[in-house]
Each structure stands twice: as C-alpha cells, then as structure tokens.
Design a binder for this molecule. Structure first.
Ligand code: SF4
Ligand code: SF4
Length: 314
C-alpha cells in the first residue's frame, strides 16, 4: 500500500467503514421532492447523446472549458521544489495541452470506451456533491459550496496537501506544485501547491448564465437547470442513472441506456484494472460522510491524518 492509499484508508476509509459493506446501487431513483423555489442547479450528462465530438481534435466542451478558465490556470514559480526529503512533485505546466485526463490545466475530459461494440464517451469533471467529502473531511474553509451547488476550491488559501483528492470518491482535484500560499509560508514542510477542479463557473450561474460546456455542446448532451426541473426530467426517464446516493447526492447526474456497471468495467479494463490518476472510474459509490457519526469521526481524525501525511513525507 502506498502512502496515498495509506492516508486514504486511515482517514476516509476508517470513517466510512460503517457503510463500506452496504454500497448501494447508484442506479436508483431516490428523488425527493425538491423545493421548487430553490436556487440549486443540477446538470445532466446524457451519454446517449454525447459522441465525443468525433472528428474534432479536442471535444468542444473541453476546449470551451480550457478557454473560459485559462486565466485561472496555475503559473508556477520555477524552479519548483520537491517535498523534502522526497524527490518529486506534481507539475503539469509542461503539458498544459494534455486533454487525455484531468489536470490543473484541464478541468474536464472525455473518456472513451467500447461497451458491447458501442463506443461510449463519458465527459468527466467534478460531480459537485451535495455533501462533498472533499469539503467536509477538511473543513478549513478552503473549499466552499455555493447556494447554486457549485463546489469551489479557494486557490488563494489552498496549501495543496491533496487531502481533498484523497477524500473524493473519484479523486477529481488535481495538484500543481510551485504555486500558492505555501510558497510564502512553509515551502518545504506544508502543502505542495494548489488543487484545481471544475468550479461549475459559479460566477456564471450566479448571473443566471449557462456554463460553456453546455453552451458549446453540439449534441445537447450537457444540460444545466433548476434542481426541480432536472429531477422531474430524470423521473420520467427510464434509463440508467449515475450519481451519489443518500444525502451525498451530486449536482451532476449521468444518464445512459447502457448500464454504468458495464461502462465502469470497460474503463477499468482499458487501464488494466489499475486506478489511473485523473481518469475517474464509474463505480458504485456513496458519500462516506452521509452518517453524522461518520462525519464527526472524520472531522475529528482529519487533523491527525494531515499530521500523519506530513510525517510520512519527511
Ligand atoms: S458532451 Fe458535447 S461537446 Fe462534450 S464531447 Fe460530448 S458531444 Fe462533444
Ligand atoms: S466530486 Fe470530488 S471534488 Fe467534486 S465535490 Fe465531490 S468529493 Fe469534491
């Protein structure tokens, strides 16, 4: 077990052990009646409509996201230091154009897999969990959840410890070293850069505008809308659904005529059954913090996990 997995099992795994054995189907339709006046936004990604922008070098949702967010991409200070005494750091600045995975310079990417002779394309990004483990497990105010539902990392105060990535069921946030507040405070001992992920363009949502991934999609495969409208739409759709369940549901919902178990199996096989950083799986997951006891436990042990992580880095 490597350091990262050790931390993960220590913190998230320990906190979630009570629910680990009863991972429920992500394919259920647990649709409570939402408040129709709620400002909350949801999004649907329809895998039967997405064709991966076949024929284009870069899918339009990806290029639109990169263009819209380029001012927020990291600009590291060189030379980038390793964590003492390690001899490595995460630096994606030399490969900013990589669109084959999530990186600090690519907040959405499109996975492609073959499932029963059909090519399936899966746009991936932060799911914007309702009860985000990335935020709840490390509640230092660096990760916020807007009233529209967007989860956002404050780049000015993130130390890049990557614990949000450890807590995320899909390991979505990605780290760039050589940037951030840690450079000014404790460049060798604390943190390691800044974490980046899709912020759902909360500035646009606050103004009632649509994120560019929806606007630019030629197939209408991505749709944002009021929670009540989206849930109503899902209710009448008999296809398969992928999202977190219980109080840890997600703002983002995938819908497909192909079972997500089969899509996930194809993704895992594509990568020789080894998890690949930046290329999330589609396994059945539940928010490990959905039970208040687990949340309390997680919050209690989070600082120790952080200390443990720092100790293991030395
Ligand atoms: S979601 Fe739309 S823009 Fe993105 S790859 Fe699919 S078809 Fe293209
Ligand atoms: S998908 Fe991961 S990074 Fe996004 S809100 Fe959920 S736990 Fe946080």
């Amino acid at each position: 077990m490597n350091r990262r997995n050790f931390i993960k099992f220590s913190a998230v795994g320990f906190a979630s052990s009570a629910v680990a054995e009863d991972l429920a189907s992500v394919d259920s339709r647990n649709l409570d009646s939402p408040n129709a006046d709620s400002t909350k936004i949801m999004s649907i990604i329809d895998l039967d409509l997405c064709d991966g922008c076949k024929g284009l070098e870069t899918p339009l949702c990806v290029s639109a996201c990169k263009e819209k967010n380029k001012a927020n991409f990291p600009q590291p200070t060189h030379p980038i230091m390793d964590y003492f005494p390690q001899t490595k750091h995460e630096d994606y600045s030399k490969n900013k154009e990589d669109i084959t995975r999530l990186t600090p310079y690519n907040w959405t990417y499109v996975e492609s897999v073959k499932v029963a002779n059909r090519e399936v394309f899966v746009p991936r990004r932060c799911m914007h969990c309702d009860n985000p483990p990335c935020q709840k497990l490390y509640p230092f105010g660096v990760i916020s959840k807007s009233k529209e539902g967007a989860v956002d990392i404050d780049k000015d105060f993130c130390f890049g410890g990557a614990k949000c990535r450890d807590a995320c069921p899909w390991e979505i946030p990605q780290r760039q070293a050589g940037v951030g507040i840690y450079l000014k405070t404790a460049p060798k001992l604390a943190g390691g850069g800044v974490m980046y992920e899709c912020d759902m363009r909360k500035d646009l949502l606050e103004r009632g505008e649509k994120p560019v991934c929806e606007v630019k999609c030629p197939k209408n495969a991505i749709k944002f809308g009021k929670e009540s409208e989206i849930l109503e739409r899902i209710k009448h759709d008999k296809r398969h659904i992928y999202r977190l369940e219980e109080n840890g549901r997600t703002v983002s919902v995938y819908i497909s005529s192909i079972k997500f178990e089969d899509i996930n199996k194809a993704i895992l096989e594509k990568y020789n059954n080894k998890p690949k950083m930046g290329r999330p799986h589609m396994e059945k997951v539940r928010n490990p913090l959905e039970k208040s006891a687990n949340l309390a436990l997680a919050v209690t042990i989070a600082p120790f996990a952080a200390c443990l992580e720092r100790a293991l880095r030395r």
